[in-house]
Ligand binder design. Structure first.
Ligand code: AMP
Ligand code: GLY
Length: 424
């Protein structure tokens, strides 16, 4: 075996649809040795070895990586990043794809990201940040509705209220300070309400260079017509027809590069994926939110469209040589339909058997999220978002139709999916 074909063992952290998509893509690389997924799910078992390891325990992850001779640790979710797992892994001398705890603040703290954008002159909604309830309420009265009230910190996408009336905004402020989101609500960010279509752009980043992936669109509300509570995402597609080459260039100049340059200039070079949640307002594209990780479900259609070796890209990000790899995409489009447990994101039951997986897998890729292997070898539901049926097509319309057709044979008790992914 020559040096260039030497395989390395990988440890991937996480257990969602995003991690199944990452696992599948990594396992396809000729240079991927043993792939461990911690803790993984019922689908990642098809790509590698699931290990029972606390994904957000920095010392446990670093010890495993050292003892097993892991060559690269890849971190999927935000919690391990914020907990400092990347810092501990690097300190143990193991390469890691994912920012350190400080860099993860981009997604972990809304106040941190708003201040970063302010310093760098990056377009975003005007805002105020408060640790005092009375001051926050006074700001609400001064600004008037509509306003967006956000709990600082990680609230699993649930700490955001788009208030169309002043009373609603005041109530949201009181709830945050009353502890509705735990520690995440002790600082409250109140924003101007922006209007326009939302587009997500994820970008690989090596600390200096940035390579955007295809644009994508998520569907955050639980029910058709963008009704119901916010979820982690009920379906996604890429690329977004709304994100024209001209907008892409504008975002590169006014948002993407200024973000990377600001992080660099402030002494925290970012190695990993930056998630740019954008709103295309009449005054141009503005940042709704940053995350320091791949989006879920966006990663499922995105990696299905990636034509390059993901290991090459990750290693270039670690080494700072992203400008030397080609990140290639397939032609056409991809669409992912999330099949969720009825009642998600509020209250739902798990442990139900899933049927039709094999049939669906003939025409699409069925990424697993909340699934586990039952004692009899069957696949059972084990979470809110259960599966992500992801199909390709020559056009977006074709990809959507293919994904829905592939999802048809799948069933489990109380299964829920949106029927309008890609159409609203
Ligand atoms: P976030 O967790 O910050 O992404 O917010 C969740 C969702 O709330 C976003 O995807 C938007 O749909 C909406 N949202 C957040 N901030 C704003 C804003 N300033 N103006 C309008 N909508 C917003
Ligand atoms: N789908 C939204 C996210 O991952 O943040």
């Amino acid at each position: 075996m020559t040096e260039t074909t030497k395989t390395i063992d990988i440890l991937l952290l996480g257990s969602g649809g995003r991690e199944h998509a990452l696992a599948k893509k990594l396992a396809e690389s000729p240079r991927c040795g043993t792939l461990y997924i911690a803790p993984g799910n019922g689908g990642t078992l098809q790509e590698g070895v699931n290990v029972a390891l606390a994904e957000d325990d920095p010392e446990a992850v670093a010890a495993f990586a050292r003892e097993e001779g892991i060559g690269l640790v890849v971190i999927g979710p935000e919690a391990p990043l914020v907990a400092g797992v990347a810092d501990a892994v690097r300190a143990a001398g193991v390469a890691c794809f994912g920012p350190d705890a400080e860099g993860a603040q981009m997604g972990g703290s809304k106040r941190f990201s708003k201040e970063l954008m302010e310093r760098a002159g990056i377009p975003t909604a005007a805002y105020g940040s408060f640790t005092d309830e009375e001051a926050a309420l006074a700001y609400v009265r001064e600004q008037g509705a509509p306003l967006v009230v956000k709990a600082d910190g990680l609230a699993a996408g649930k700490g955001v209220v788009v208030a169309t009336e002043q009373g609603q905004a005041e109530e949201a402020v009181r709830e945050c300070f009353a502890g509705a989101f735990g520690d995440a609500g002790s600082t409250v960010v109140i924003e101007e309400c922006m209007v326009g279509p939302e587009v997500t752009v994820l970008a690989f980043c090596d600390g200096e260079h940035l390579v955007p992936m295809l644009s994508s669109q998520d569907h955050k509300r639980a029910y058709d017509g963008n009704q119901g509570p916010n979820t982690g995402g009920m379906g996604a597609f890429c690329p977004s027809p709304k994100f024209t080459p001209q907008l892409a260039q504008q975002c590169m100049d006014t948002i993407f590069l200024p973000t990377v340059n600001a992080l660099n200039a402030e002494g925290r070079p970012f190695k990993g994926v930056i998630y740019f949640g954008l709103m295309l307002t009449k005054d141009g594209p503005k940042v709704v939110e940053y995350n320091a990780r791949f989006g879920d479900p966006e990663t499922q259609p995105l990696l299905s469209m990636l034509d390059s070796d993901l290991m090459d890209i990750f290693e270039a990000c670690v080494k700072g040589t992203l400008d030397q790899v080609e990140v290639k995409w397939k032609q056409g489009a991809a669409c992912c339909i999330v099949l969720a447990s009825g009642g998600y994101p509020v209250k739902y039951q798990s442990g139900y058997p899933i049927s039709g997986l094999e049939e669906a897998g003939k025409t699409a890729t069925v990424f697993h999220a909340g699934t586990k292997l039952g004692e009899d070898g069957s696949i059972l539901t084990a979470g809110g978002r259960v599966l992500g049926v992801t199909a390709l097509g020559a056009t977006l319309e074709e990809a959507i139709a293919n994904a829905y057709a592939a999802a048809k044979p799948i069933s489990f008790q109380d299964m829920h999916m949106r029927t309008d992914i890609g159409k609203v």
